[in-house]
Design a protein around this ligand. Structure first.
Ligand code: ADP
Ligand code: TMP
Ligand code: ASP
Length: 238
């Protein structure tokens, strides 16, 4: 696999071309941002942890019949993935109140929903990733109604798989963000990453936050929390 030129640098990852037009290399950085890039920092070893965790979780989801962009891990912080045309939506599934749900609706964090919720944000940094509903998505031609239905269905399936996966490891999946994209033939598959950057993960016994909220909220032990959540995942595999 020959690495070509860099095609994109985002807040947490870089993308590189390869000699195969259908594949790209994702390179994870230690850089962390919050509040649409207003808060900036780095988290030691985050790139490697997010790369490994995302790949393990995507492999697990593939085994459960959910199609993802994952192809092959190349090294500790880089992965070969299928090149997609990204649907510009952040698909957010929630099991428990937290974050913007709590602030928007004025409810305390930690209330367990009877059934999961879903919402979309329009992935557009200039607009601050505003909330968007499925009628707006169709009106703006960001995705067809069939694609939206497939995205919702897959997002809830991902939630049930991830929820039980983490529960077996003493971790509560509070909420998470997914992205989806289209292959050249139009098939919609799961993209981007699933990591402590994109999920809220609480130690079930203590409710300790083991995710990027420690960085967002200036809590201590950010890098340690990333290491802890990764070791919970790795420990369980041996
Ligand atoms: P951001 O763009 O929000 O700063 P990142 O730093 O994580 O985020 O950059 C990764 C970019 O790559 C994101 O814009 C994401 O939508 C995009 N992406 C993720 N998976 C794929 C893929 N398989 N093919 C093409 N682009 C992808
Ligand atoms: P929120 O409560 O801030 O809306 O976040 C919901 C989930 O989405 C949470 O697990 C963190 C994740 N998320 C991202 O992955 N990227 C983002 O830009 C934001 C705002 C949240
Ligand atoms: N990734 C986001 C940003 O910097 C925010 C977040 O994850 O909270 O804008």
């Amino acid at each position: 696999m020959i690495r070509g030129k860099q095609i994109y640098e985002g807040k947490a990852k870089k993308l590189f071309e390869t000699d195969d037009p259908e594949l790209v290399i994702v390179s994870y950085k230690d850089d962390a941002t919050a509040f649409n890039g207003q808060k900036k920092g780095t988290i030691e070893a985050k790139g490697e942890i997010n790369n490994r965790m995302s790949n393990l979780l995507m492999k697990m989801l593939e085994e459960k019949g959910i199609r993802t962009h994952f192809v092959r891990e190349l090294n500790s912080s880089e992965t070969l993935v299928k090149k997609l045309s990204i649907i510009p939506l952040e698909v957010i599934v929630r099991n428990i109140t937290a974050g913007s749900f709590s602030s928007r609706f004025g409810v305390e964090e930690g209330i367990v929903f009877d059934s999961p919720t879903i919402e979309f944000s329009y992935k557009n940094d200039a607009l601050g990733d505003p909330l968007i509903n499925s009628y707006h998505v169709a009106a703006l031609k960001l995705a067809t109604s069939e694609e939206i239905a497939a995205v919702k269905d897959t997002a809830f399936r991902v939630n049930s798989e991830l929820k039980s996966f983490w529960a077996e490891r003493g971790v509560t999946l509070v909420d998470f963000k997914l992205e989806f994209g289209r292959l050249a033939d139009g098939t919609v598959v799961l993209a981007d990453e699933i990591s402590p950057d994109t999920c809220r993960l609480w130690a079930s016994a203590t409710k300790k936050k083991l995710d990027k909220d420690r960085f967002r909220r200036d809590l201590s032990g950010v890098a340690e929390a990333y290491r802890e959540i990764m070791s919970r995942l790795e420990r369980s595999r041996s």
